[in-house]
Design a protein around this ligand. Structure first.
Ligand code: ZN
Length: 222
């Protein structure tokens, strides 16, 4: 794959930054695409831009604010509280179909710049149960996009079966643990690095990092 071109769906968070670092090892040319859907914290986009600049990859923003005309959610509305899903409900940050739409737009962009590979950091293991982040959905969409556009796209999901601790381990194997820890933004309250420490996203991130660091110290494998 070293002679091919790839597009990374990039948010500046832990997962997509780890995917970007992986892609830089795998592909000759890597571009990023970031979606502006009116995130509560515009910092997220600035954070993504900074990381892309630092890694020397192209950065392209797509305006996806139209998804807010379809449904209300806590990522884009200040009057909706960020809450983890309870009793099998989806969390208040859920935007129905978001990943489906984003990946489809990423594919159109990939075709426009001559890239065959699309990388996304979606994860079935400990994500919050979003149906369009599951492996069977991504595989199904891959087939659909190839039929829709007469292309041979390959959608890569390097984090699909990793939990958060294993994602930290993956970053460490890419020699980028500190880079990911310090420069990425996953906190729902827009605080870079270790974040607020309390929102569902920070809690997952912190637990994963602690689990990984403990296992590394103890010499145990995850
Ligand atoms: Zn937080």
């Amino acid at each position: 794959m070293k002679n091919e071109k790839a597009v990374v769906v990039f948010s500046g968070g832990q997962d997509s930054t780890t995917c970007l670092l992986w892609a830089l090892e795998q592909f000759k040319e890597v571009a990023t695409v970031t979606f502006d859907y009116g995130q509560r914290h515009y910092d997220e986009i600035e954070c993504a831009r900074k990381i892309a600049d630092e890694l020397g990859v192209s950065f392209h923003i797509l305006d996806m604010k139209l998804i807010n005309q379809l449904s209300a959610n806590a990522l884009t509305r200040h009057d909706i509280e960020v809450k983890a899903g309870e009793n099998g409900e989806l969390p208040s940050t859920f935007v129905p179909g978001r990943n489906h739409l984003f990946l489809s737009f990423a594919a159109v962009y990939a075709q426009a710049i001559g890239a065959r590979h699309i990388i996304t950091g979606v994860c079935e293991t400990d994500f919050s149960g979003y149906p369009d982040c599951r492996d069977n959905f991504v595989k199904s969409l891959n087939v659909t996009l190839n039929l829709a556009m007469d292309e041979q796209f390959v959608i890569h999901t390097p984090l699909m079966w990793l939990n958060k601790a294993e994602t930290w381990k993956f970053a460490d194997q890419l020699n980028a643990l500190d880079f990911v820890k310090e420069k990425t933004l996953t906190c729902y309250h827009g605080i870079r690095g270790d974040g607020c420490g309390e929102c569902p996203s920070c809690v997952l991130r912190k637990q994963g990092l602690n689990t990984y660091l403990e296992s590394k110290q103890g010499g145990a494998s995850l």
